[in-house]
Design a protein around this ligand. Structure first.
Ligand SMILES: [Zn+2]
Length: 131
């Protein structure tokens, strides 16, 4: 791992059949832990309505979570682990499979905070050097 400052990544909203089914609109959201305010992930929300679950194929960052959708060993919920806040350890969501076949995290009520995002992600310069 390099310890140089990582460049900010700019993501583009996915436009696919899942988005079409939800009416075609989409936006980026920063999802955080409501308890301790730690940023958890960058998410694409399709269509209107509340965020009840986080589909793996809508997670753009951080890489460790964004890569789950491409992992050949993660095909069922039993291959997944809970979504846990990296800072305070609270369990934010549990693995589920939605009706359309997508794997997702079923969110526990009221444990996340969300904020509109411009779709950028800046990796932390050095994860071992906090505080
Ligand atoms: Zn937390």
């Amino acid at each position: 791992m390099l310890e140089e400052k990582q460049p900010t990544q700019q993501f583009t909203l996915k436009n696919d059949r899942y988005r079409k089914v939800r009416g075609g609109s989409a936006k980026f959201l920063d999802i955080s832990c409501a308890a301790c305010n730690t940023w958890i992930l960058l998410y694409q929300k399709d269509g209107p309505g509340r965020v009840l679950r986080l589909y793996l194929n809508r997670i753009f960052a951080p890489p460790v979570l964004a890569q789950l959708q491409d992992r050949a060993d993660i095909v069922e919920t039993k291959n997944m682990t809970n979504l846990v806040c990296s800072s305070c350890g609270v369990v934010l969501g549990s693995p589920m499979k939605y009706d359309d076949g997508r794997l997702a995290y079923n969110l526990r009520h009221g444990l996340i905070a969300k904020k509109k995002s411009d779709g950028t992600y800046t990796p932390p310069p050095d994860t071992t050097n906090k505080e």
